[in-house]
Design a protein around this ligand. Sequence first.
Ligand SMILES: [Zn+2]
Length: 437
Amino acid sequence: MKCIYCNSETELTSSDIITYAITGAKLTKSFVCKTHNALTNDNYEKKFVGDLDFFRNHLGFSTRDGKPIQYMADISVDGTEMHNVKISTREALYAPKNVVFGFDDDGKKVIMAPMPKIEKISKGQDISTVNISDVTIHKTVSSDSFLGFYAVHSVAKIAYEWYCYVNHIEELIKENSEIVNYILGKSDVCPVDIIIDGNYYTAIDQLSEVGTNAFFQYDDIDGYRYVVFDLWKTISYRVRICKSPDVYSLTQNILFFELYLYHVDGSKSETAFAVYSLDDNKKAAFVTIQPQDMTVELWKVFVSRIEMIMSTMVLSINILKREVDSLHLKLKKYDEEKIDIVQLLGFEENNVVTVIDIITQLFANKDRYDSTKTFNQNLPLMLNLSSDTIGKSLEDKKTFVIYLVGLDKKKELSDYIRKGISMFYEMYENEKRLTKQ
Ligand SMILES: [Zn+2]
């Protein structure tokens, strides 16, 4: 084994092919030397990942030591705008152990904290009270986070390492020198395009899920071999790797792809799909543009795809288990009256409310449960879903929260949630039995 960037045989280290920070499914191989591992990480990936913190938090990723990912966003509190506020969970915002700070429209520092704390630190400066039940968080989806220098270089690195990984390439070969030079900053010829083909997105949308990273390789009629990297079902990057070694495939009207999927919950899967050329004049497989040619109109389409992350929760059994465990602990505290309904619901944290919604529906539909089938086979039947993700409108969520508040008043909330938790744990234990066989 040699370094796939320089052919060094010494100091080879394990490279995260898909940066750990953007995937649940680990993919590593020791085919990058220490120098080049540090180079791609320090020069591109740290910044790329940092720009995606808001989305990483919403997809349920955590830091290496298991803490929620902090991100910067703007918030409106009771009519006051605060910019660049560091947030991890809604709870940290509504019931801060420390102060929350940001900047007002004039760039002046604004601090928000419980009154006793503020009085201690304000030293006679202006204080006003705000109603924190009226808080909204907003995030501008910047195209630079997905199309800028750091993003595009990181994407090229991920695509190249994935290509070497699946094709068992364990050294730097001269065919790949163009993309390697780009990644190492020795060339400005950008090998990364953005797929803007509506037909393509219709296809990938049926095969992938929000938060999943999907990859495939193919040869196009221009004589090049490409890797397509679909990030979280938001944007597909097409990365030129080398001249196509397979001339035969260039003459075919049907292109077959083996799609590799890496999911948020750590699982991996593969599936096949094909693209047919309907006319005899051969065209490139996909319509693409260069990142710098992205228009405002086109970007709007990607923004709406990216925003799906905020309204979607990926329904894997492992993700649900994590959320249900945390809810279970909170419910004990709620029963002991150590916390109230607001804290139980994590200040209406999306995931908390969604999980309660799901598990109570599972309990309500327990007649439809088939213990010989897997969790993922049962879910659509029990919840009337057509996919593995659940998206609810803000209106639905509001109605459900009002319903929960009603149960709280009648002292029926604990029992209601507990039945859902038991139902989920029963399904979880059954899943463990099924997958062992
Ligand atoms: Zn190297």
